[in-house]
Each structure stands twice: as C-alpha cells, then as structure tokens.
Design a protein around this ligand. Structure first.
Ligand code: ASP
Length: 409
C-alpha cells in the first residue's frame, strides 16, 4: 500500500468521524437516512471476520514454531491481559468512590430493561460454556468468536504436529489469511464514508445534539466518571506500559492504529473492528505476524479494559443512587466480577450492559438499576470499545517485545 493511500485512509476516517458527529448533532433524525450506508460498511467488515479469525489463529499458532510454545505464549498473553484489565477496574473503583456520581441522583424507578430480560441467570458457568459450541457452523453464522478461537487453537496446534501434511494445510490458511487482509484493505477505502454514516445516523437516532446534550446533563456525573476513567486508562496507563515495557513511541503507535480506533468508535464492536486492527498492526505498525494474528483475535474477545472499567463504575453508581451501601468486601467482589464480566462480554455493541448482570447479582443489587444508565449507553459503548481495541493493540506490541519468537521479523 502506498504512503498516499495510507494517508487517505487515516485522515479520511478521522474527517469521517468528525463530520458524522457534526451532521448528526445539527441535522438530528434526518441523518438516520444514511444508516444503511453505515450498515453496509459494518456488514462488509463482519463478512470477513470468521475466515479472518480462523485463518489468523491457525497461522498465528503455527508461527510459534513449536506447539509447546503455545502454552507459554498463551499463558503470558492471558496474564498480561488480566493484569491490564485489573488495573482498569481498580481505576474505575477508585474514581467512582471519589467522585460519587450516584449520590443525590434522582432515580424514578423502572423495569428490567429489555436487553437484560432473560439474562438474569447469566453466571460464571455460562462464560465457561461459551468457550465451546455444539455447532461450529451455527457459531460462525452468529459470529460467536470465542468458540471459533478455541477450535482454531486446537486445530492449528494439532496441525503443527502432523509434519508435511500439516504444513500443507497451514500454507493453505496462510494464503486465505493474506487474501482476506487484501479484502480488508479494499473495505478500508470506503471506511471514511462508512464511519461518517455510522456516527451521524446513531447520533441522529438519539435525537441529535440537543437531545444528546440533555441526556448527558441528566446523567452527566456518571458519564463523566466513566469517561475520565477511560481517558486516564487510555491516555496515561496504557501508553506508559507501551513506552516502558513495549519500548514503542505511543504517538506513533496511535497514528498507526487510528483507523482501527475510529472504526471501533463508529461500530461499537471489537469483533467487527478486528480486521482493521490486524491490518493496521501488520501493514502500519509492523508488529510481528505472530503477535498480530494470535494476540489480537484473542484480545478482541477476552481483553476489554474499557468494558471492565465501565462495569465497575456502573455497578457502584447504581448502588450509590439506590442508597445501598457497599463495604470493602462488596467492592472486592465487584473488582473480581467486573473483570470476569468483561472477559465474558462478546465484542458486539452493548454486550457489556448485559454481562453487568453478573456484577449486580454478585453483590445483590437489583437488575432494574441498569435502566438508569441505559439511555446513554450507546455513547459510552463507543468510547469503551475504543479503549478495548487500544488495549489489544498495546498488548500486541508489548507481547511482541517480552515474548519474541526466534527468527521472526
Ligand atoms: N461493545 C464492546 C466491544 O465490542 C463490548 C461492550 O459492550 O462493552 O468491545
């Protein structure tokens, strides 16, 4: 890809997001007319997620060279992701206890929101069960990534033990992977229009600028607490880790991944953004292929720093607003369950809202509380998804540094 095309995509996508925000703000509901363009872009990305995830994991694992490395690399990756998620939750808990946005918040009472209905019994066992599927094709059809990752891990791992036969199959998936990444590049050419349409139509659907402003005003302190947390984690904590451990310049890293971050903000889906994240990682940031193909798909499903932070803030906000005191024990339970709920959340819009059931139930808070934060969730979802994807990219760079594969570029 030429430097000019890089620049066109990078600046085009930024201009798209900004213009989308302005158009949605000013023109309000009229902008829902372009929703189909956004849906087209989103579907184009979703169309390639399944072959991309499967081929990436298989090629990524074979890139480790020896299947015994899988245990080591897998463990380091998961421990790193857990550590950064833990930091995000801790930050959320500190902020919400300091700012106390729920104190004095007027709650009018409401029913359990529709998105949560039927999910009341979601628990730890469900998260474990979602690792596998009774039907791989069905999981692929529903873009349920986690079982596909588990299958591809097993499949790729086994292929590396099959000698020449295995190598042939790996070469096939390598070709598939390269072809899919070329398609990602083609899709990126329409990304500026796609992100414009997604942002403008969603803001329009929310009633445009004045309605959005009113909503923010009503629940402002809660939204501000989440946003401050996301900003501190995204602009201070993660860049520090990237600089100190990953030995990369955070500004350059940001420039390389701007298309992925803008796509995350526009789609509110880590999974749909994954093709763009991998493209930026390989083509722009020059992170090793092994890290791009192995660490990023895993991160898109289990590493959600933004979601974890938001879950902790939201749960404690709900308790504060309802006047339910939470002692140190409950706060520790929130720390653990918010981490778990973020791992269990799928990389799709508002998945975090649903897995919050786990956090609320663990400390005995009523599920109706979710209705308090529902109206603004579409916006916070975009912001936390951006941090989720940013965390994955930092993870790929850091793991590339602390666990390099011998002889790989
Ligand atoms: N939308 C988020 C993501 O895809 C998940 C969430 O709802 O927090 O990363």
């Amino acid at each position: 890809m030429s430097g000019r095309t890089h620049a066109f995509i990078l600046y085009g996508i930024l201009v798209g997001v900004v213009l989308g925000g302005v158009a949605g703000w000013v023109l309000g509901e009229r902008m829902t007319a372009v929703a189909w363009i956004g849906a087209f872009f989103l579907d184009a990305l979703r169309m390639i997620v399944v072959p991309l995830v499967v081929s990436s994991m298989i090629v990524g694992i074979s890139g480790l060279g020896d299947v015994r490395r899988l245990g080591r690399t897998g463990t380091i990756t998961i421990l790193y992701y857990l550590a950064t998620t833990g930091l995000a939750v801790l930050l959320g808990i500190l902020l919400v206890n300091t700012i106390r946005p729920g104190v004095g918040f007027e709650w009018l009472g409401a029913e359990v929101p529709d998105v949560v209905k039927g999910k009341e019994t979601t628990g730890f066992a469900d998260i474990l069960r979602s690792l596998v599927t009774p039907n791989l094709v069905d999981a692929a059809a529903k873009t349920e990534i986690l079982p596909l990752i588990v299958f591809s891990l097993l499949f790729g791992g086994v292929l590396t033990t099959l000698g020449e036969k295995g190598k042939m199959v790996i070469r096939l998936f390598d070709g598939v992977n390269e072809a899919i990444l070329k398609i990602v590049f083609l899709i990126l050419l329409i990304a500026p229009i796609g992100v414009f349409a997604l942002v403008a139509s969603r803001l329009g659907q929310a009633g445009g600028g004045p309605a959005f402003f009113e909503e923010i005003r009503r629940i402002g302190l809660y939204a501000a607490t989440v946003l401050i947390g996301l900003l501190v984690h995204g602009c201070v904590v993660l860049p520090l880790i990237l600089f100190a451990v990953g030995r990369r310049n955070p500004w350059k890293h940001l420039a390389h991944f701007t298309p992925a971050l803008s796509t995350a903000f526009s789609t509110a889906s880590s999974s749909a953004t994954l093709p763009v994240t991998i493209e930026c990682s390989e083509e722009r940031a020059r992170i090793s292929r092994r890290s791009s193909l192995f660490v990023l798909p895993l991160g898109a499903t289990i590493n959600m720093d933004g979601t974890a932070l938001y879950e902790s803030v939201a749960a404690i906000f709900i308790a504060q607003a309802m006047g339910i005191p939470l002692g140190p024990f409950e706060q520790v339970v929130i720390f653990l369950t918010a981490t778990l709920a973020s791992i269990g959340a799928a990389g799709i819009p508002e998945a975090g809202l649903v897995t919050m059931v786990i956090v609320l139930r663990a400390v005995g808070l009523p599920l109706e509380g979710i209705s308090m934060i529902l109206a603004i969730d579409w916006f916070l979802d975009r912001c936390r998804t951006t941090v989720n994807v940013w965390g994955d990219t930092v993870g790929a760079a850091v793991l590339d540094r602390i666990d390099p594969v011998q002889g790989e570029a």
